[in-house]
Design a protein around this ligand. Structure first.
Ligand code: GDP
Length: 488
């Protein structure tokens, strides 16, 4: 057979119990069918047959509507002409996920959120590139088509990352300027003039009340026929989607287990490109494989914080590890535990201290793949190392992560592991913590990422929720971010 022939005999494990199809060649994307082999434990929940069927249907939609197809050309012409219109029932509709200057963890949460919304609303997903790095980081997600938004002259809208709350095409602005006539009680909203060819959804951390009316059924109904939606977010919107009544039924069928949504979607959608996967597997083989238990420690200190290395943060991690017996007691030298420790951080200082403390007592040693010094934007090699480390952390049996960090969320979600999370001050607090909080860490309720900027508005009741957990029992306040919500 040809080099690119689809593989014949993949196991259920390799196919993640049906999440993946065997439609891709092994060579094109090694991680796709190899990732499962890096997890010793079987996932707690198998994907539901309904989710699997939904994904297969979605792959057909993406193939029918993706770039290069006749429906795509038609939709593009409509976008170019700027002629407002409502998509006909058999037209293809699109969701563009806008990449912009955010860390990789944030961007991954954004892409997974956009994907789920696209599946729910039967829109083809197109991920915009930011410095071309999506293609360098990930394999194509869907068979026989592309998920990358064609760039440059081939797409009529430019500089998508510049769209913001003030943009006249944003849903929030449209609502504020009465381009949408909002329904009275029991009525429905409608476009005041001609419906627009595209609507921009401003759903990042700075979204305001009007932007967040996106999470209301009324707005969902209105947006249904819009041919193009452009979504800009840095958050994990999924818990917010579960709070939209018209989406909830479908979501509950797809995900009988609410604490495995990111785990399943991330493992379906995201596959490190070959160069990244090579780095992951080579590092794993050289330093981590063979240990009875892998312990991952993720230390995230924002570089704006002074000092850049913090004794308090180190003490917090060590105190958590001691208290929860994640690692042998510091100073133990002769009792060798069958563990290896993976430390990730922008600085090497934490790694060196942890190695000094426990290195003698763990048979597999203490390891740190890189220490990048500081966070960089738009540097593909830097992002590739970040992605490798998220995936290496996701192979760990035990995770100790830093609260608030989307980098850690991606690792825990892919792993399907409930981490011990160290509470930390939000990034806008200029002063570093002066003492270790008590307790230094807590075991979080689920591996799901926390949604940092939910809407508190109960659209049906037309006022804010009294208590978010009353709306649906599996949406709760996050352990690490008091105003965030999480699926459990
Ligand atoms: P968050 O800011 O903690 O929510 O995580 P993000 O991933 O969104 O942004 C942080 C960025 O800083 C990452 O994408 C990396 O570029 C970099 N970074 C932070 N911590 C690490 C680390 O432990 N290892 C590596 N390689 N990069 C890191």
């Amino acid at each position: 057979g040809s080099e690119d022939a689809p593989p014949a005999n993949l196991t259920d494990d390799q196919l993640l119990d049906g999440l993946l199809t065997a439609a891709f060649s092994l060579q094109s994307c090694r991680s796709r069918y190899e990732f499962a082999g890096y997890h010793q434990k079987k996932p707690a929940h198998k994907p539901s047959p309904y989710l699997i069927a939904k994904l297969r249907k979605y792959e057909e939609l993406q193939k029918r509507c993706g770039p290069g197809t006749a429906p795509y050309k038609k939709a593009l012409r409509r976008l170019k002409s700027g002629n407002g219109a409502t998509a006909a029932a058999d037209d293809c509709r699109y969701l563009v996920s806008i990449s912009y200057d955010r860390g990789l963890g944030n961007r991954i949460l954004a892409i997974v959120s956009a994907f789920l919304y696209a599946v729910l609303t039967e829109r083809a997903l197109l991920v915009s590139q930011y410095n071309g790095d999506v293609a360098a980081l990930f394999c194509e997600a869907f068979p026989g088509t592309t998920w990358l938004l064609p760039d440059g002259r081939r797409f009529p809208l430019r500089r998508l990352w510049d769209l913001d709350r003030k943009s006249k095409e944003s849903l929030g602005t449209l609502l504020k300027t009465n381009a949408i006539s909002v329904a009275g009680v029991n009525g429905t909203s409608s476009w005041s003039g001609r419906p627009p060819a595209y609507v921009f959804l401003h759903l990042d951390g700075g979204a305001d009340y009007h932007d967040k009316l996106f999470y209301c059924d009324e707005q969902q109904r209105l947006l249904h026929g819009t041919p193009w939606l452009l979504m800009k977010t840095d958050s994990y919107l999924v818990p917010g989607l579960f709070l939209v009544p018209s989406l909830r039924g479908e979501l509950e069928r797809m995900f009988p287990e609410k604490d495995a949504v990111f785990h399943q979607l991330g493992r379906y959608l995201l596959h490190p490109a070959n160069a990244v996967w090579h780095a992951i597997t080579a590092y794993h083989r050289a330093h981590l494989a063979g240990a009875g238990q892998l312990v991952g420690v993720q230390i995230r200190v924002y570089h704006k914080e002074t000092p850049a290395v913090s004794q308090v943060v180190l003490d917090q991690a060590l105190s958590c590890a001691r208290r929860e017996k994640l690692l042998p007691a510091a100073g133990t030298t002769n009792t060798s535990s069958d563990q290896a420790v993976l430390v990730t951080s922008l600085s090497s200082w934490y790694y060196e201290r942890i190695r000094d403390e426990v290195g003698g007592a763990v048979s597999g040693g203490v390891h740190q793949p890189s220490h990048e010094g500081r966070q960089q934007m738009g540097n593909t090699a830097h992002d590739m190392r970040a992605l490798s480390e998220m995936y290496l952390l996701s192979t760990c049996d035990v995770l100790l992560t830093t609260g608030f960090s989307t980098f850690g969320y991606v690792a825990q979600g892919l792993a399907g592991v409930r981490p011990w999370i160290m509470p930390r001050r939000p990034w806008w607090e200029k002063e570093p913590a002066m003492e270790v909080p008590e307790p230094p860490c807590t075991r979080v309720a689920s591996p799901e990422p926390c949604f940092h900027s939910p809407s508190y508005y109960d659209c049906a009741a037309r006022r804010n929720y009294d208590h978010i957990g009353k709306a649906v029992p599996y949406v709760r306040r996050c352990d690490d971010v008091s105003w965030g919500i999480q699926l459990v």
